[in-house]
Each structure stands twice: as C-alpha cells, then as structure tokens.
Design a protein. Sequence first.
Length: 276
Amino acid sequence: MNSASMDLRVEQFRGRHVFVAGGSSGINFGIAQAFARAGAKLFVISRSPDKVANAVAALQNLGAEAQGQSADVRQPDTLQAAYNAAVAHFGLIDVLISGAAGNFLAKAMDMSPNAFKTVVDIDLLGSFNVVRAAYEHLRKPGASVVQISAGQASIGTPYQAHVCAAKAGVDMLTRVLALEWGVEGIRINSIAPGPIADTEGLKRLAPDEDALQRMAERVPLQRLGRLDDIARMAMLLCSDWGSYITGAVIPVDGGLALTGPRDFSAAAAATARSRA
C-alpha cells in the first residue's frame, strides 16, 4: 500500500454534494462547516427559514458553494421539495447527514403522551422520512449516509425515556438500511456523540456551569467534546478510509458510554427552577 492511499485527504470531498438535514445549528452545522472547508457543495435544511439563511451565509463565507431551504423532517412533502432543489443545484447527493433531534428532561410519568410522541416524531419518524425521501437522489454506487444518534440509544437513562426509545429506533434503522442498500453501493452509519460543548442539546441536559463540570468530570477523557470531534468522524466515515464500514453505530463520547447511565436528576431540578 503506497503512502498516498494511507493519506486521509479532505480534498476528496472537493465538489461533492453534501446534504445536511438539521444543518443550521449545533452538531449538524459543525459537520456542514467541516465539509465546507474541504471544498464540498452544501445544501442545508431546517424548519426556520432565518436559520437556514444564516447557515448558508456562514458556509458561503467559508468559500463553499452553499444553498438551503426550509423543511420539516416530519413533513415528507417539504423534504421532497428540498431534495429536488438540492439536486437541481448540485446533482446527485454524495453525502447525506441526517441529524434531526429534540430533547428535554422529564421522568416518564411526568411526560404526556404528546410530549413523548413529539420527540419520536422528530428523532425517529423524522430520520426515516429524511433517508427514505433521499433514496432516489443518492449517488449509486458511492453515496454515504450518516445518522446522528445518541448514547441513550443503548443505555437506559432516567429522564430520557423518549430519547432512549427514539434513538434506539434510529440505530436499528441504520442497521436495516445497511443490509437493504448495501447491494446498491450505499453505506449508512450512525454516530453517537457524547456531550458536545456549545450546543443546544448539551444546554438542555446540563443547564448550568455546575452540571457542565460534573458531566466533563464523568467523561473518562476528562473533557467535553468539540464539534470537530464529531465532524472528523463523519468525514472519515464518508471518505475512502470508511469504504468498508456500514451498519456501524460509533460512539464519539470520550468513553462516556462505558460509565453507564447518566444521572440527570440535578440537571432536571435546575431546569425546573429556571422555569419557576
């Protein structure tokens, strides 16, 4: 094997079409930024037209060709319209990032059926809608899909019944589609991020400085994750180096999943106090 084949070069993404669902903020926007720096063409969607416009402008400021459109992962018609627009701009999709998510802290018996359903609709049904509607627009062979999961998918966690159930479904969807789509040369994997600093998701689970500190201290690597930690794994999975990886659920969490269920009782109490 020559040295060139061992070099994970971001240049391989230059000119590739990367579609990011939920790509206007947080982890997904961090992934979009990394692909933009690598020269990819970006199309991002989220529910808020203003957030989409801001994300597109930021990606263009990085030198990327970028477009976007408002779409709701719970509404397949809006997704189809977004895919049609994306393909019209940039051609078939080479990389699909599916990262729609919703979360809050609540015990199961304090959660209404509608509250539980809301998270399942966004996280699980939304993920299904994103990948199903994308199928006809994916490059075959060669496309790579990355779903954003969570450690709660495999670890029963108090105050997180809705997320545990929804993300477990997302991971099983990843595995099933790896079996069904592999014959067409489409790869699909899940990333399960740990606590990632400066994201809305972490703010909901650790709403104050004390909670953030406790969470960082529990991570075996003794720090919170960074957006680049997730973006680099996404790029690896979508690169030539990941060409024989499909159906995998990969934790990128500093080892946090090894420590068992997280205790969100103090964070839930802090959230309740802030709303009082």
